[in-house]
Design a protein around this ligand. Sequence first.
Ligand code: FAD
Length: 482
Amino acid sequence: MTQKVVVVGAGPVGSLAALYAAVRGFEVEVYELRSDLRDPNTTPLNFSKSINLALSERGIHSLRKTGLSDLADAVLAGTIPMHGRMIHTRKNGDYVRQPQLYDARGRSLLAMDRTGLNKTLLDHLEAMPNVKLIFNHKLVGVDFRKKIAWFEHRTKSIEEQGDEFEIEFDLMIGADGAHSAVRYHLMKFVPMSFQQEYIDKLWCQFHVPPAPNGDFRIPPNYLHIWPQDESMFIALPNLDKTFTSTLFLTRSGFEELDASGKVVEYFEQKFPGVVPDLVPEDELRKQYTSNQHLPLISIKCTPYHYGDSGVILGDAAHAMVPFYGQGMNAGLEDVRVLFDFIDQYPNDRSTALTKYTEERTPDAQTINDLALGNYREMASDVKKPLYLLRKWIEEQLYLYVPSLGWATQYSRVTFSNMRYSEVQQAAQRQAKILNSVVGLALASVIGSGLWFARAGGIHQAKMGVLRTVCVVAQRVQKLVES
Ligand code: FAD
């Protein structure tokens, strides 16, 4: 008999999971709390989601692996490549913009509209005969042992309680976001470790309209960053020549701005080139006041499953802060990894789900940590010469000594499908080598310079340093190869 898969949540992760299940011939029912976002009369998406986001290799690969030939291309058609970061700062009082490519081999992040991606996934789901999309339904209870669940039909608004009814399922996939009801009910059936953290940064979005000539106001093929250590402003391009920008600031920073009302002055001081070139003063004030100031949550938990009947994916399993641009990409990758195991153990779903938890827990927890750490890289390090030097050295090794398999952590996270936990191990290995190499090189060069200077004057010192550099370079090659 055909098995019934119930997916809770029709966000990007739940919709993709439903597609994977449908392609494999399961009977699929998708329950979503909100109304259909493709319906023009629907209430707009809750503003707790950013409007656009960065799609990268893991997400694209998971879309391609669905088995639907046109899905990835349909999604990619609505994207704008971002080849690098554009850093906006002041140097000696002057406003400067400095591009930094993401990848020495020219690979790019893709900016895309979150709703557009979700719509494409829903359109593909609707075309599958074995899928039922059920909107305005809230999951309110699950018994994973008996494989029954309870939903409420929200007829008037998502807040108002509606009629409750019971359904049966063989497998429930919970993709209902950071405040997951599926996870809440799963906890009653498994001893789940759970950790939740709100970081001291809130975010607020701003809309940057097109220029008066209808074009983009700043170069579109970049993720624009105004790094200010404690705060950061970023802008991602949209197809309609607008940008969606986000201010990240501490809670106390927002409170001070609320109290003083000096938003424009703050932007003028911290984020050069924004007011009035990108957003007029009045508009900035208006958007600052009317757009929500939202918290950022980081969630880790494990296990992700119960027996053969329940599993959680995406933000429900590992909501993370947005500084690596990986939350959704990791969620889409969850789907591919889960169904790889379901394919591997077609008659033993309990083992498939166990393997999924075992593989995915260290990976998801790693990217959660990397995402927390990446705020520093975006808001501070990108301005520092040492960071740029290190990036340059790593890129030269990556480009010119491919046999070493060297790559930056960023490029492995963003442009590969290597497991996140392995990315971190490789980065730690590389950091150790680089640190010892730089130490060795500095000590040798300074030492030899001093020795030759004492022995034979300045010319001898120069020649000596040169010789030492060659010897160190050879040693480095050997060290790296080992
Ligand atoms: P969600 O998108 O939260 O979807 C969950 C769905 O479940 C919703 O539709 C909800 O209505 C529904 N639901 C909830 N409860 C119930 C219930 N009880 N019953 C039925 N349905 C329910 N990620 C990236 O990869 N790249 C980026 O550049 C990026 N930028 C970001 C910027 C910001 C400011 C933020 C906050 C996040 C960003 N993310 C980014 C993260 C990304 O938004 C999330 O990881 C992604 O949306 C998670 O998708 P999901 O489908 O798991 O959950």
